[in-house]
Design a protein around this ligand. Structure first.
Ligand code: FAD
Length: 324
């Protein structure tokens, strides 16, 4: 059964975020010959048609209103709602990012449909689309299907593979939304972490906990992360202690990450932290306490002082990388 899917693309700083392509992967899995339409918001949106086409979209609604150059709930909500009314898709898929988490429930409520959030896998089984999502802070997974009405789902970053096997650039459909009575206007955006790797899209994360003991203690973690082209993360324990900014917090009330490699240094492995990183492909734990719960979910455990282990790892990786 073919399905027409609307994919909401997300961009930052003039380029598409990887999760936009992952959402297109989800759409391709279920479209079954139906039309995949993407929608991109902001003045740069027509320029995204080529890469959205290469990843599976056959047409792109480019909504170029200047009010959409930076995110506000009101403007994005109005624009997206109008595009959905125009396209009338069988399914709407969008990234499970800060923007997706803010926007999707509002749109679903206005459309009067259910929302399946934080999807980590999607497949068609006996003609029915089945979504998999974590529950109980990642301790279990549930599967859901939509039996009637528009399917609406948000897709967690870094879980579905990116597939760039599409051949052509997508057709661009310019669209001007009517954005009225906006209650918020963004005048300026001040970026805290400019130039660093985006934590939610990083392939390697070196994360520090209370065991790092100070802001200066994060320096060896940053050095290792830089060497591996990765990002530094943190537990809430480290953030609460003032060793680092809350923008680095990983966990239930922080960011959810799924890198190829997650190195947890001086982190005990509380359930709330594990909820944000347990789907990482390989987990390495470094902790002085052999009984620390983090070792229960680690693929590799190193019992030792992180201030000895991290510099040794950095040194060894340097040797390996210069030998390649
Ligand atoms: C509602 C709620 C939401 C929460 N959300 C989050 C969340 O999103 N993210 C999060 O992380 N936490 C969250 N927490 C807090 C969580 O419960 C833990 O308190 C927190 O994760 C502990 O941080 P930690 O592992 O860094 O510190 P600790 O538990 O104090 O662990 C420090 C670890 O460092 C080890 N260590 C010390 N020195 C060294 C050394 N030199 N070398 C190696 N190891 C060393 C110790 O053995 C210990 O295991 C939440 C809690 C609540 C109640």
């Amino acid at each position: 059964m073919s399905r027409n899917i609307l994919v909401v693309a997300e961009s930052r700083g003039g380029s598409l975020r990887n999760v936009s392509y992952e959402v297109l992967t989800a759409a391709k899995r279920v479209a079954d010959g139906g039309v995949i339409t993407a929608v991109a918001l902001g003045s740069d949106s027509p320029g995204y048609a080529e890469s959205l086409g290469a990843h599976g979209a056959s047409r792109v609604y480019a909504v170029t209103n200047p009010e959409l150059d930076t995110y506000t709930t009101d403007a994005y909500f109005q624009a997206l709602y109008q595009v959905i009314q125009e396209v009338n898709p069988d399914a709407v898929f969008m990234p499970h990012t800060a923007i997706g988490k803010d926007l999707a429930p509002r749109i679903a409520a206005r459309l009067g449909v259910g929302l399946i959030s934080d999807v980590v896998d999607v497949e068609v089984r006996d003609g029915q689309v089945v979504f998999t999502r974590p529950i109980y802070a990642g301790k279990a997974f549930e599967q859901r299907a939509v039996t009637a009405g528009t399917m609406f789902a948000t897709i967690r970053p870094n879980n579905l593979p990116i597939d760039a096997s599409g051949s052509t650039s997508a057709e661009v459909l310019p669209f001007t939304a009517s954005c009225k009575d906006l209650r918020t206007v963004v005048k300026d955006v001040v970026q805290k972490m400019a130039g660093r790797v985006d934590l939610t899209e990083a392939k390697v994360i070196v994360s520090g906990g209370r065991g790092v003991k100070s802001a200066e203690g994060f320096a060896p973690l940053q050095e290792l992360a830089d060497l591996l082209g990765g990002a530094v993360g943190a537990s809430r324990g480290a953030c609460d202690a003032g060793y680092c900014d809350y923008s680095l917090q990983i966990g239930q009330t922080g960011k959810v990450v799924t890198p190829e490699l997650y190195i947890a240094a001086g982190i005990s492995g509380a359930i709330q932290h594990v909820a944000g990183m347990s789907n990482s492909r390989i987990i390495v734990a470094i902790n002085k306490d052999p009984e620390a719960p983090i070792f229960q979910i680690a693929d590799y455990g190193i019992v030792g002082d992180l201030f000895e282990v991290i510099p040794l790892l950095t040194e060894e990786w340097k040797k390996v990388l210069t030998a390649v």
